[in-house]
Design a protein around this ligand. Structure first.
Ligand code: CP3
Length: 377
């Protein structure tokens, strides 16, 4: 594959993908079929991933363009999903900028010197474009190989990245993060402002390199009350998403346990709101409409419980059918899981979901779209 990549630089930065179901659905249009992709589709559930990653640390893999390209393409080849997501991680821009961190297998990101004071915040490096040049190169390589499949770029949202920085690693209760937020709001806002700048610049680099959509992962935002989310997080996520408004690519915004936050997360500047498995998609759409009746009918993404992929084909089929039916009662539906693919998932079950969604999803949302208005307004 590497040998065929010599003219990657000649490929136009953005392809004409106006027929792509994923992009049509994301814009609230009528796709020829319900599009489907999976958070964490590029990774450990695939034997071909484990093979190419063997002996190579995660961050090194993310910053090796040919390898990141190969891992990004693997789930597209195997499952026939409607979008690729770039193989990377939410801590890649911090690492590239010089923050001392590692991704520890079985644990997640671990930060050598957690950020807990105004001085720590002031000492955070600013991301230079050339520091993420390998990511931009990986995107160019992927696009040269993808044909008509859209590529999703992504970043961690300021809150979720801040949680890793402040806690020093993964955290169940986010107590140090919430303590900083409430005890030293000025330091908190300074930290999130720095992270918003870093995230915005990282996503702009990805868009310039050619990604067709972006997803902002605020995975742990569901740990917050709506009140705290609005005061301490929303303005910073809005800086990121608002800063991309002119870029012309759909913006997805996702978190886990965010049933109470969905309208606020849309307000931050999302074109598509990701929903975890706890909230039915039609209920999510009703909440979004109630909060913003003048806005277009909301487009949602989700929301099969990743654990259902362990329950066997009959259970998977009935859950997929239920979710497709609920998705018809929204302004548009991009099928996904309610969170990432779990590492022990049988890849064949993922392929089966793709087939089911393509067989049984919408062929036209026109008539369904009319129903949405009646139900949701
Ligand atoms: O979606 C994709 O397939 C693209 C790749 C991707 C990875 N991380 C690769 C990865 C994406 C989109 C992410 C985002 C990410 N990283 C998030 C947000 C999404 C979510 O799941 O909520 C978060 C919170 C992280 C932080 C992180 N990085 C965690 C919690 C872990 C798992 C640690 C573990 O080993 O259990 C990582 C490591 C990581 N990121 C892996 C992969 C494939 C596993 C590393 C490996 O294969 O060795």
């Amino acid at each position: 594959m590497v040998g065929e990549m010599t003219n990657a630089a000649l490929v136009p930065a953005r392809r004409d993908l106006s027929d792509a179901p994923f992009l049509i659905a994301a814009q609230g249009g009528r796709p020829s079929r319900t599009p489907v992709w999976f958070m964490r589709q590029a990774g450990r559930s695939l034997p071909e991933y484990r093979k190419v990653r063997a002996g190579i640390p995660m961050l090194e893999a993310c910053l090796t363009p040919e390898l990141a390209c190969e891992v990004t393409l693997q789930p597209v080849r195997r499952h026939g999903v409607d979008a690729a997501i770039l193989f990377s991680d939410i801590v890649v821009p911090l690492f590239a900028a010089g923050v001392d961190l590692d991704i520890v297998p079985g644990t997640g990101p671990v930060i050598a010197d957690p950020v807990r004071s105004a001085a720590d915040v002031a000492a955070l490096p600013v991301l230079q474009d050339e520091q993420v040049a390998p990511v931009a190169e990986a995107i160019r390589l992927v696009i040269a190989e993808l044909g008509s499949t859209p590529l999703i770029g992504f970043a961690g949202a300021p809150f979720t990245v801040a949680s890793y920085l402040v806690e020093g690693g993964p955290s169940r209760n986010h107590e140090r993060t919430k303590a900083l937020m409430h005890a030293e709001p000025e330091t908190w806002h300074a930290l999130l402002d720095r992270l918003a700048d870093l995230t915005l610049s990282f996503l702009r680099t990805q868009i310039a390199a050619g990604v067709d959509a972006v997803q902002l992962f605020d995975s742990w935002a569901g740990a917050l009350s709506e009140r705290d989310y609005r005061e301490f997080v929303l303005p910073h996520s809005a800086k990121v998403l608002g800063g991309l408004a002119e870029a012309g690519v759909p913006r997805f915004h996702f978190g886990v346990g965010t049933g109470e936050l969905l309208p606020a997360m849309r307000e931050a500047g999302a074109d598509v709101v990701g929903v975890d498995w706890r909230t039915p998609l039609d209920a999510a759409a009703r909440r979004l409409v109630a909060a913003a009746p003048a806005e277009p009918a909301p487009v949602v993404q989700g929301n099969l419980d990743p654990a259902v992929l362990f329950a066997g084909v009959p259970a998977i089929e009935s859950e997929v059918d239920r979710i497709l039916a609920e998705g018809r009662r929204t302004g548009g539906h991009v099928f996904n899981l309610g969170h990432g693919v779990l590492p022990d998932t049988d890849p064949d079950m993922i392929t089966r979901v793709v087939e089911l969604v393509h067989e049984r999803g919408v062929s036209s949302v026109e008539s369904d779209g009319a129903g949405v208005e009646a139900e949701t307004r």
